[in-house]
Write a new protein. Structure first.
Length: 120
């Protein structure tokens, strides 16, 4: 009968596998919150960029006369954005257009304001 000299030395023991899984779990428990925070930050930045583009576009529509309203919501899929518009005329023939856009984001109520100054 032939005996295997490597019996018992090949492969990993159950204790080694459990220790490796414990180390992996410890590693992931420390770094997963950072990954989720980065993902949340990216989502927030995407929403703010989208809001800024919508606000600039709406302000241009209002100044050009294509939009007559002073406040409202955007159509789907941007219905969660609410906008309001203000105009101020100064004695020096300057006109200040301001559009405020609000929405509910990851960190609560968010807001972006864009403005435009022009001479009459």
């Amino acid at each position: 009968m032939k005996t295997d000299k490597l019996a018992g030395t090949a492969g990993s023991t159950l204790l080694e596998v459990v220790a490796a899984l414990a180390l992996l779990g410890l590693f992931l428990s420390q770094f997963l919150p950072a990954f989720t925070q980065v993902a949340g930050f990216q989502g927030q930045m995407a929403a703010e960029t989208e809001a800024l583009l919508l606000a600039r576009g709406k302000l241009e529509e209002i100044v050009a006369g294509a939009e007559r309203g002073r406040e409202g919501r955007f159509p789907a899929p941007w219905a969660h954005y609410y906008w309001s518009y203000q105009v101020e005329r100064s004695a020096g023939r300057l006109v200040s257009h301001r559009l405020n856009l609000r929405w509910r984001g990851f960190l609560g109520e968010r807001e972006v304001t864009v403005s435009r100054l022009e001479a009459e």
